[in-house]
Design a protein around this ligand. Sequence first.
Ligand code: NAD
Ligand code: ZN
Ligand code: ZN
Length: 370
Amino acid sequence: ATSTPCSFLEIIAAVAWEVDKPLSIEEVEVAPPKAHEVRVKIVATGICGTDDHVLKGSIPNIDYPIIPGHEGAGIVESIGEGVTCVKPGDKVIPLCLPQCGECSFCLNPDTNCCLKTHLHESQNLMPDKTSRFTCKGKAIHHFLWISTFSEYTVMPDSAIARIDDDAPLDKVCLFGCGFSTGYGAAINTAKVKPGSTCAIFGLGGVGLSVVVGCKSAGASRIIGIDINKDKFTKARELGATECINPQDFKKPIQEVLLEMTGHGVDYSFEVVGHTDTMVAALVSCHMGSGTCVLVGTPPLGSQLSFDPLLLFTGRTWKGCLIGGWKTKDSIPKLVSGYMEKKFNPDVLITHTLPFDKINEGFELLQSGKR
Ligand code: NAD
Ligand code: ZN
Ligand code: ZN
């Protein structure tokens, strides 16, 4: 692999110019990768709830105009100086959570929250604080360093993982966020035990992936909770043993769950991103030994109010980013597991649209028809 001298590319990308506006499909110029950067042709991208939060302005530290998207798969087009982990032609998944491999968090086996993530330092620009995207004479910001809503995109080499040459990119893009997040929340963060009872609040793409994780960990009872009953068919197909809609009950859903299970579930997961469901999920788990995992993104500036006695009695409350996986090490292994048919998240794909219909994709996401 030689670092090929490469030129600017004129491509199409979806730009969010400001908060609360649909994406606009624009001609964008993409600069060549600098040292330790990689330019990738994106072949497929998913739309995650977090991209919707970007359009609505509900996550911190986002600078507009920006090219969102963080659940993609593609092929390396060119590499900058010093890049050794991938070469042109490799199939890759961009990592919305990098793994630099050098920081104290990367060296700590108990966390995947690399110190180069957006939470520690904004990733709206490349590490050298410049952008590789220009549109109408303006620099456009990057999202989580990977901006997958673009035909070509540039990312640092800490935010890319090479995957199996045979992997179908239109399917495995889900491993970039949604599937890995939900599956890992059950397997790594909760460490669901065989024979246990689980409750999952929110059955979008991520919540359904939690269902898959609970089932593969051997949970015997998996209760899906959503205010949209259309989600129940897929949840059952993936392993939910019961599905309930909070709107069908007069009493709060946590009381319904306590009645259904005696003393609460062993593991509860919040995969909505609302403070009321976060507390409801905590209350729903067993008062002495339950574990509640927060997966949904908290609303901007929100605070939680809850009775500390809930924890005093022995409950564990935790959260995770991208299912706790050390991404560069683990995502290629998850893709290999998919190739070996260990799990099949294909059913999570409800619609496949051409890139220029991306706003229709967001409308489907917002209407719950996915
Ligand atoms: P989604 O919008 O597809 O799914 C959310 C689901 O919650 C929908 O089915 C909706 O009907 C349901 N819901 C809404 N209100 C509810 C309520 N009161 N009770 C029960 N269900 C309710 O979103 P998604 O793509 O599945 O993502 C889910 C959340 O996970 C988002 O907040 C997203 O930002 C977050 N997320 C976090 C990580 C992470 O690393 N922690 C990664 C990816 C996504
Ligand atoms: Zn996501
Ligand atoms: Zn790191």
